[in-house]
Design a protein around this ligand. Structure first.
Ligand SMILES: [Zn+2]
Length: 371
């Protein structure tokens, strides 16, 4: 009998994590799936090989035994001894034909009920399979592969919604573990033989085409609390991919994005607005009406304000959240020169300029031309 290096088959290291193994398996299963390679015998064999390797390496108990087995094999222990050690109670070492598993697999892992020393009849089933007792030769699913994947989705909110909080219906593509094959991508048919359960065949799961996950659109109503910032993430526990049990559901990570706003920009919790003022308002000071995300506010422009001056309304930005304090509302002044002067206004402006020249006010460009 030939030793099968399942790690090599999946292209993973011997110390690969369960997640790495799962991911390698899925990639390969997709690539070599018979549906993708119709009539390709090589791909079909490869697909069987991958599934076999995954059956063993995805199951912690089986993997442990396989690792021990590998060590024995490497030190050149006689096959008889290896078999004795690992299938002592395993009178039933062979699955019945036509199952698509290698002799190696069927010898060591096929006789589910036969068990391995130490494998015994745990609550989870003899060799790590989770099966009901009433099998009777029907289809059943291998044990689940653990937690379903986390998912990401995006939600767009307006500035007002960010300030006050809101409820949003979000639409996303869920990657749920396939409930037919339990995420393994294969469905095995087995038979009871005495006390043993024997795998008779393994087929790619028809519901998920062997991928182990099913993509489906889901909608969810989400409460967005006040004070979420652009780019922040909300974690919705258990709302990601659905696992075999609720506690094995993945989480949904919701990325918060702001709708563009023509008046305000937001940086962190501060809300900014570019506020145009007339040159005479800037020079003389004025009380002007300025927009806020919620309405309007009366704003004092101090006399002598320059373009670029920032007026700050403390605490009128995004509300505090967690350790982050409330933001401010900032108005950056942009001083405008009038372009719609009447003749009279132009005359007045002219007189104003002459008086300035007469008393020789400082040249505003003098600093640029020093030295
Ligand atoms: Zn499936």
């Amino acid at each position: 009998m030939e030793f099968r290096d399942y790690y090599k088959v999946l292209g993973v290291e011997r110390n690969a994590t369960a997640a790495q193994i799962k991911s390698a398996y899925r990639k390969l299963a997709r690539k070599h799936h018979p549906d993708v390679n119709p009539g390709n015998k090589g791909a079909e064999n490869k697909f069987k090989e991958i599934n076999e390797a995954y059956q063993v390496l995805s199951d912690p108990e089986k993997r442990k035994k396989y690792d021990l087995l590998g060590a024995d094999w490497e030190r050149g222990a006689p096959e008889d001894e290896v078999l004795r050690r690992y299938a002592r109670a395993g009178a039933d070492s062979g699955a019945m034909g036509g199952g698509g598993f290698s002799d190696f697999f069927e010898r060591f892992f096929g006789g589910l009920g036969g068990g391995f020393p130490g494998g015994g009849r745990s609550a989870r089933g003899a060799a790590g399979f989770d099966f009901a007792d009433d099998i009777g030769g029907g289809f059943r699913t291998p044990r689940s592969m653990g937690k379903a994947p986390d998912l990401e989705a995006e939600v767009r909110i307006t500035l007002q919604e960010a300030i006050h909080g809101t409820k949003k219906r979000i639409d996303f593509v869920a990657h749920d573990e396939c409930d037919v094959c339990g995420g393994s991508g294969i469905v095995t048919r087995e038979q009871k033989r005495g006390n043993a359960r024997v795998i008779r065949s393994a087929e790619p799961c028809s519901k998920c085409s062997g991928a182990g996950v099913i993509q489906q659109r889901r909608q969810l109503e989400v409460t967005i609390p006040p004070g979420m910032t652009e780019g922040s993430r909300m974690r919705l526990k258990g709302q990601g991919g659905r696992g075999p049990r609720p506690e094995l559901n993945g989480d949904l990570f919701l990325n918060v994005r702001f709708e563009p706003n023509s008046v305000f920009t937001v940086s962190g919790r501060d809300v900014r607005c570019l506020l145009p003022v007339w040159d005479y308002e800037a020079a003389l000071g004025a009380e002007v009406t300025a927009p806020t995300p919620d309405g309007r506010v009366s704003l004092k422009i101090p006399p002598g304000s320059q373009s670029g001056r920032v007026l700050r309304l403390k605490g009128h930005g995004l509300p505090a959240r967690g350790k982050d304090p409330v933001g401010d509302l900032l108005y950056e002044l942009k001083v405008l020169a009038p372009t719609d002067l009447t003749d009279e206004e132009r005359d007045l402006m002219q007189q104003f300029a002459e008086r300035r020249r007469a008393r020789a006010v400082a040249d505003p460009r003098a600093d640029l031309m020093r030295g």
